[in-house]
Design a protein around this ligand. Structure first.
Ligand code: PHE
Length: 522
């Protein structure tokens, strides 16, 4: 439609040189809104230049509107006078027409439609044309009349008046439905032709290779076009679930630990946590070691205490009784657990706060393990970790805390199983009953940090620290129904999945069934 109209306009311009007013064009069913978009498009190729025509818009007064409905006063007078010499008395006419009788008579005399015979009015012609009504009707429909003197006369008679519309082009389209009289004057542009060339909208690699870009005609940028709504940012499902965990921690009075450093020395990742240097976790098979730089420049001073505890014990421990190697502790690794940060923070805060101040801290961040990758395991994942440090806390505190913590996620039915961690004693795996699988599944790991570890870090005697950790990926995958971890993280993820997934709400109801939605078996 628009392309056809564009060609039509170009041909008219070719023939006539210019178009003074597009409202004069004899094109069937022409809508000035279509003319406008056709002209806009031709203008963008500099094929035409055009200007809008500002017009006075006329409207009828109440009396004028009445005339369109009932006829002019003079026509009403004429209609009320019956044919023949009998006519009608002036009194009867007044009774029939009211005020119109008086107003209409003069005009009807003037137009020689009727004449006075004694006290009666008689017709002079057999029919009349009510031009006043026709003119007003035209104005009502078109907002304008081509004859200025007609407009002037009707205005003088208070039958119509003008409304001035300033047609500002950038506003224009918003007023078009009201303003029917909008039109344009058009002349040829710089690139005028009757053939519309297709202009390229993109510079392609083919154009560059073939060199055709040199002669190609490109469409001009339209800086006035409204842009697409911006896409904005979206939170990855892992971040949504992280937010829920964060909220639970904040609700329970925890502070977040700074976990930005992925690279740690073996000292912080293992030694300071009382993980022996021969421990299998420190093997190349399990841990990513950094090649360059391969070593931390120096270890914190208290390494000597750590060394002593490892080699010969202390704080009630007999130690591992192996030779502790400084270089081994210097080796840089991608941290295998966020507990490396927990150890660092405990040491820092123990130094800062003398005497000791009770604390609750948590972290949710990335860790790396050199494991074989499958549908549910990647070489990197996120750990949710929390610790509470206080005097007079014990295993019962840990159990009760775990009840509350998991309870806040809707997991009410949990059990504990003793396990072994080099850094905690006692240590407990946390299990929850999974209705779907009909068995207990592991949901976390926890324990009381060993005194030989805490005391080497500088934590005051008598202070106990309970800690626990779980993965962020497992609840997220269940929550969002994702069964392959590679669709959750890495280069294969579908961005639509990220954009469309709803926010996460962990079911915080009281039944242990809620657990079904959160965890699956390893
Ligand atoms: N670091 C442990 C893990 O990797 C989690 C944990 C943290 C356990 C703190 C006990 C205390 O599973």
């Amino acid at each position: 439609m628009s392309a056809e109209l564009q060609t039509q306009l170009l041909h008219i311009l070719d023939k006539d040189g210019s178009i003074s007013n597009t409202s004069d064009l004899k094109i069937e069913g022409l809508d000035q809104l279509d003319v406008f978009s056709a002209l806009k498009s031709l203008e963008s190729k500099q094929m035409v230049e055009f200007a809008s025509i500002d017009k006075e818009l006329w409207v009828l007064t109440a009396e004028g509107t009445d005339i369109v409905k009932l006829g002019s006063h003079e026509a009403r007078v004429f209609d009320s006078v019956p044919e023949g010499s009998e006519g009608i008395t002036i009194a009867d006419l007044a009774a029939k027409l009211g005020p119109s009788a008086k107003i209409g008579q003069g005009k009807a005399f003037q137009k020689k439609w009727v004449a006075k015979q004694g006290d009666r009015l008689v017709r002079l012609v057999s029919s009349i044309t009510d031009t006043t009504k026709a003119d007003l009707q035209f104005i009502q429909q078109n907002g304008i009349h081509e004859k200025n003197d007609v407009l002037k006369d009707l205005k003088r008679r208070k039958l119509c008046d003008k409304t001035f519309y300033f047609l500002n082009l950038s506003y224009l389209i918003f007023y078009l439905p009201i303003s029917k009289i909008l039109s344009y004057s058009v002349k040829k542009g710089l690139n005028f032709s009757t053939v519309i060339e297709k202009q390229a909208t993109d510079l392609t690699s083919e154009m560059i290779q073939s060199g055709s870009w040199k002669t190609e005609k490109f469409k001009e940028y339209n800086f006035e076009a409204a842009g697409l709504p911006s896409k904005g940012g979206y939170l990855h499902p892992l971040l949504k679930v992280r937010e829920e965990f964060q909220q639970i921690f904040f609700d329970m009075g925890f502070e977040e630990m700074p976990t930005y450093n992925y690279v740690e020395s073996s000292f912080w990742n293992f030694d300071a946590l009382f993980i022996p240097q021969q421990h299998p976790a420190r093997d190349l098979q399990d841990t990513f070691f950094i090649k360059d730089p391969a070593k931390a420049t120096e270890l914190p001073d208290f390494y000597k205490t750590v060394q002593k505890v490892h080699e010969s014990g202390g704080y009630g421990s007999i130690g591992y009784r192996h030779k502790w190697n400084y270089e081994e502790a210097q080796k840089l690794v991608l941290r295998t657990h966020t507990t490396a940060v927990t150890g660092f923070m405990l040491h820092k805060l123990a130094k800062e706060f003398k005497p000791f101040k009770p604390l609750k801290m948590f972290s949710i961040d990335r860790v790396f393990r050199n494991e074989s990758v499958d549908a549910t395991h990647l070489a990197e994942f996120h750990q949710v970790e929390g610790i509470i440090a206080d005097k007079d806390i014990n295993l019962a505190s840990l159990i009760s805390f775990m009840d509350t913590f998991f309870g806040k996620m809707g997991i009410k039915n949990i059990q504990f199983k003793p396990t072994y961690n080099p850094y905690t004693e006692p240590s407990m795996e946390i299990f929850s009953w999974h209705e779907g699988f009909g068995k207990w599944v592991e949901i976390g790991n926890s324990g009381l940090f060993r005194p030989e570890l805490l005391r080497s870090l500088g934590v005051d005697p008598g202070v106990r620290v309970i800690g626990f950790g779980l993965s962020l990926e497992r609840p997220t995958m269940i929550k969002y129904g994702i069964n392959n971890i590679r669709s959750l993280v890495g280069h294969k993820i579908d961005l639509n999945m990220v954009e469309k997934n709803p926010i996460c709400r962990l079911e915080k109801d009281s039944s242990s069934r809620a657990f079904e939605h959160i965890f699956i078996e390893d």
